[in-house]
Structure formats: structure tokens, C-alpha cells
Design a protein around this ligand. Structure first.
Ligand SMILES: C[S@@+](CC[C@H](N)C(=O)[O-])C[C@H]1O[C@@H](n2cnc3c(N)ncnc32)[C@H](O)[C@@H]1O
Length: 340
């Protein structure tokens, strides 16, 4: 419902028609958008029940609520809403109709592969529009999870070099560096993403303090990453099975070992870490993300407990693992491990 109102720009049209106050009828919205009035009117009525629209009892005209405004072109949740209702929705459906019925020996596929015939990153490489939407959806995390990390995490130092491994366009790195003016950073991601990362870092005024490097985190990491004080992995570990994660963590450890600095760097993972004793509504939201990982990512991807994260570091050869668990004020948690 909310998807239809977003995708068809019905909420945008209400915003435009009521920019100087007042309300707009559903018939006028339909006419302006060249859509069927009967259908638009039914959807807008439901949009009111979802608290996306307000309806004036006298004029029967509509206006946007603050929730509805989040789903307009300028609203920060728009791309997230569209993303989860497009390819992601098909992947969730495929788990229900196919993967779950795969018998005791699963074919090690996932909902995304069943539907689109390739893993999500290969699909994105061939469908840049879908990946741009994904970038926007990750950026939508800035006010919530990113803000929570900035509030609740103590970085190694005020002038640390922060490296965001699988950092996408650098929306998390950008926010951290904007908050800490002496920090520098690197965003490392697939080569296909890096041009957009550079554009984003430049757009937020960080071209002189942050750079973007393309590569594959399953290969040896470039020597430039040796100088990082913190290796951040946000929404990376839950994307992969245990063996893949051990390989990523091992590569981080190997490159960090080449550092000439005296201080020990840290690895910081942010995910929806489960079974942390958080309030039940937090655990409920986390369990839905856990289904998303099964649907969209390679077989074996999942949200993990603190102990399961510790096991991954163990499998990657980390020594004297003294893992800090830092619950955030959102549904996410951090785990932090020093590379000794
Ligand atoms: C779920 S997104 C998280 C993006 C970012 N960390 C954030 O929180 O906004 C996963 C990221 O991993 C990157 N990625 C996937 N496979 C990769 C690989 N083999 N090497 C480097 N990056 C990879 C994707 O391009 C994507 O940006």
C-alpha cells in the first residue's frame, strides 16, 4: 500500500499541491498524475489509515503527515521503501515458495538467486539503477543506526583513520568524519561502487580527508589499509556464511599486521546482533532482518549472536580475543575486537 503511494508519486503530488497549505482531493491528484481516480482514491484512503495522509473532514481533501513526508522524493526513507518492495520482495517470496520446501539437503541457494539467477552483487553490477536505489536505502540508515553509532561508540582516537570495509558509497564513513573533524578515512568496496563512493565523499565535502578504493575483500587487501586504526564492517558479516566471514576477518588481520604504528587497531562489526537481552520489540525487528539475510544473501548468511561473532574471529586466527559488545540505542549492536 505504502509502496504504491510512493512508487506512483502520489505522496509527492500531495506534497506539491499543498505546498502553501491546505488540502488536495484524491480526484485532483489522480488527474495531475494521469492515473485512475477510483483506484487512487481507494489507495489514498488507506494511506490515511496508515497515517501517511491526513484527511480534512469538511473538504475531504488530503495533506501529508510527517510519516508520509518520509516517503517523498526528498524523504530519507523513500529508497528503502522502494528497495524492499522490488527485488527484495521477490527474494522473500522465493524463500517461502521454494527454498523452505527444498528438503533436508538445501541446494545452498537463496531467494535472490532463485528469482534473479545470480547473487545480488552480480545482479547489481548489471543493473546499476537497482544498485543506486540500494545506495539510497543504505543512506537511509544515517539518521538511525549511524547516528546511534556516533553517539554510543568511542573511536580509538579523535584523529583515527577509519576504514569502512564494504562501505558502499561511504555514507557511514562520511557521517563519522563529519562528526570528528580530525579523522581521515578510506571506504573499500567493489570496483563497480567506487565511482559513486568518490562522488558521495566529494559531495559531503570530504574529498581531502577520505578516499575510496575498489577491490575484493576476499583477496589480499591493499597496503593502504595497513594504516587504519579501525576497520568497520557494517552490514557485511550478516551477508555471508561463516567460512566467507572468516576469510574477510583474516584478510583484515593480515593487512593490519603490516602497520608501522604502535597502537593496536580494532575491528568493529555492526549488525542486528541477536539474543542480546534487548527489549522484545527490538528482538522482533532483528528476527525480521534475519529472514531478510536468508532471502537475499548467499546460503549461510544470518544475524548472529555475540558468541557466534567471537567464533568467527577465532576461526580467522585472531589471538586473545577480548570482544567488547556495545549495544546501541537502535536495534543494532557493535562488537569490537582488538587486533593483537
Ligand atoms: C549491505 S551493503 C553494506 C554497505 C555499507 N557497509 C553500509 O552499511 O552502508 C554490503 C556492501 O558489501 C559490498 N561488497 C559485497 N561483496 C564485496 C566484495 N567481495 N568485496 C568488497 N565489497 C563487497 C557491497 O558492494 C555493499 O556495498
Amino acid at each position: 500500500m505504502a509502496y504504491a503511494l510512493t512508487k506512483n508519486k502520489i505522496l509527492d503530488r500531495v506534497e506539491k499541491e499543498t505546498a502553501s497549505g491546505g488540502t488536495v482531493t484524491c480526484e485532483k491528484v489522480a488527474e495531475k498524475l494521469e492515473l485512475q481516480a477510483f483506484v487512487v482514491c481507494r489507495y489514498m484512503e488507506t494511506g490515511m489509515h496508515l497515517h501517511l495522509l491526513d484527511k480534512d473532514a469538511d473538504t475531504k481533501g488530503y495533506s501529508l503527515t510527517p510519516h508520509g513526508a518520509l516517503l517523498t522524493d526528498s524523504g530519507y526513507l523513500r529508497d528503502f521503501m522502494l528497495m524492499i518492495n522490488e527485488e527484495t520482495k521477490d527474494a522473500w517470496r522465493a524463500v517461502t515458495t521454494d527454498l523452505m520446501k527444498d528438503g533436508p539437503k538445501p541446494n545452498r541457494s537463496n531467494g535472490f538467486e532463485i528469482t534473479y539467477g545470480s547473487d545480488i552483487w552480480t545482479y547489481f553490477s548489471k543493473n546499476p539503477e537497482a544498485e543506486t536505489l540500494f545506495d539510497g536505502a543504505m543512506k537511509a540508515l544515517n539518521p538511525g543506526p549511524t547516528g546511534a553509532m556516533i553517539m554510543d561508540w568511542e573511536p580509538p582516537s579523535e584523529d583515527a583513520k577509519i576504514c569502512d570495509i564494504g562501505g558502499g558509497i561511504g555514507s557511514l564513513l562520511g557521517e563519522i568524519l563529519l562528526h570528528y573533524p580530525k579523522m581521515t578515512g578510506i571506504v573499500f568496496d567493489r570496483p563497480e561502487v567506487i565511482k559513486r563512493s568518490q562522488e558521495h565523499l566529494k559531495a559531503v565535502g570530504l574529498a581531502d580527508r577520505a578516499k575510496a578504493i575498489g577491490g575484493n575483500f576476499f583477496d589480499d587487501l591493499p597496503n593502504e589499509l595497513a594504516e587504519c586504526d579501525a576497520f568497520i564492517l557494517r552490514y557485511i558479516i550478516h551477508d555471508w556464511d561463516d567460512d566467507s566471514n572468516a576469510a574477510i576477518l583474516k584478510n583484515i588481520r593480515s593487512v593490519a599486521k603490516k602497520s608501522k604504528k604502535d597502537t593496536k587497531p580494532v575491528v568493529v562489526i555492526m549488525d542486528q546482533i541477536i539474543d542480546t537481552g534487548a527489549a522484545s520489540f527490538f528482538e522482533k525487528a532483528k528476527s525480521q532482518m534475519a529472514i531478510n539475510m536468508i532471502s537475499v544473501c548467499p546460503y549461510g548468511a544470518r544475524e548472529r549472536s555475540v558468541q557466534e561473532h567471537s567464533d568467527l574471529f577465532d576461526a580467522a586466527g585472531y589471538e586473545n580475543i577480548n570482544m567488547k559488545h556495545i549495544p546501541l540505542r537502535t536495534i543494532q549492536s557493535l562488537v569490537e575486537v582488538e587486533i593483537s
